[in-house]
Write a protein that binds this ligand. Structure first.
Ligand SMILES: [Zn+2]
Length: 104
């Protein structure tokens, strides 16, 4: 198994869909041909059928309502939209600055 060597978005897609069967012929000889954005696209090596599976980036609205700790947990489990990431880093910067102040 090489699945665990994948990081980032591809890793999370594979975690959600560890074994993908062709929706037309049912064979597992399916390769992922697109995963960087939107729903991942697959292509069957047997019958050449192309299809996609639903995969959502976490909406920023859900994300900004949560605490830093909850966000860090979410990052491990979900793909974040660029906007959500931006919000997270902003919050983390402020959080870290506050921690520095407490140390001094
Ligand atoms: Zn097929």
């Amino acid at each position: 198994m090489i699945v665990n060597n994948y990081g980032g978005r591809l890793g999370r897609i594979i975690k959600k869909y560890p074994k993908v069967a062709c929706e037309k012929c049912g064979k597992y000889q399916v390769q992922i041909v697109s995963y960087l954005e939107g729903d991942p696209q697959y292509r069957c090596r047997k019958c050449k059928h192309n299809f996609s599976l639903p995969f959502e980036d976490l909406p920023v609205e859900d994300f900004v309502m949560k605490s830093i700790e909850e966000r860090l947990e979410l990052i491990k489990e979900h793909t974040l939209s660029p906007k959500a990431k931006e919000e997270l880093w902003k919050e983390l910067d402020e959080y870290l600055l506050e921690s520095d102040d407490k140390d001094n």
